[in-house]
Design a protein around this ligand. Sequence first.
Ligand code: SAH
Ligand code: SF4
Length: 360
Amino acid sequence: MSDQRVNLLDLSPEDLKEFCVSIGEKPFRAQQFLKWIYQWGVTDFAQMTNIKKELRERLPTLAYIKAPDIIAEHKSADGTIKWALDLGDGQVVETVLIPEDDRSTLCISTQVGCPIKCSFCRTGASGFNRNLKVHEIIGQVFAAASRVGFCENREHKPISNVVMMGMGEPLLNVTNVLKVTEILLSDFAFGLSKRRVTISTSGIAPIIEKLAGKVDVALALSLHAANDELRDELVPINKKYKIAEVLTAVKHYLAASNANCGRVTIEYVLLDHVNDSTDDAHALAALLKDVPCKINLIPFNPHDGAGYQRPSNSRIDRFYKVLFNYGFTVITRTTRGDDIAAACGQLAGQVKNKIRAQTV
Ligand code: SAH
Ligand code: SF4
């Protein structure tokens, strides 16, 4: 018979209140569970000492707390760590921690593979398998925290930022992504500031519109081209939602948001002699002249069979300078974790056998 118990990692703070009521408890118990789980990393009900004994003994018949198991850990020379997590149905998902001087950013996945199939992305090339469940997404943060530390009551958070820039398109798994966001922001759980949680999207215009005013976290738009013709080729969802429609939706989202300080992050992968000429940079500046934004240039991270090259540093610099001279805030993102295939667009989770061979 299948397990009818609830995995508490599948529940948003609101769901958890409903769960408490459904088992005859007061809704405030949800706060206690959230703290034990996400601030202290406790998965055994017996250790939850502020919960009455009778309930502690009954809970294992009703619920359990389980994140996907880490089956491999790779550390880069630059401190980046990549973990592979076993989802239990033969699928593997990857998550990456990028430590920096003043913060530690966890890059999480929202799908196994990705249906958008951007022409330069390794995740897209690996096909699409399925959406991740809530416990499989928040479980990446939980699993990473079990290695680098939960926040407990300390001011210092071992994981200070979470970006949905791993495998998958977050807005095609939006119901689960929103629940995850609530757990990340809840003061009783991870308690992250809304500026430190980022949803990165290839531009699913109607969903961005729907989220405007409903959720408030940082938004990053993966643009990669300044005209529809080229974007149709690089980001195929553009055939459905054109640049103008996406930018309009983004403006509506910004208008209702505090988390972005009024500016969306535009991501632009630089592909040698495809979208990196100075003409492309001028066209991008014209396109974005009325869009409050900061621009992240991401030099292409090569992977087998992509058919693209990373531009030379001088081409990257020239592109940067054109935008900078227009007055845009521009950052050229340095590649982290390249030696362990943990850089942007290099994640692909179904190499289970290969990973198993290196299991920690
Ligand atoms: N699907 C979402 C989030 C995951 S991809 C999105 O597309 O925004 C996260 C970022 O990595 C995107 O900006 C994406 O364009 C970029 N990316 C994908 N493949 C890459 C590669 N090979 N080199 C550099 N960046 C890449
Ligand atoms: Fe999917 Fe993002 Fe990769 Fe495009 S870049 S295929 S949307 S994960």
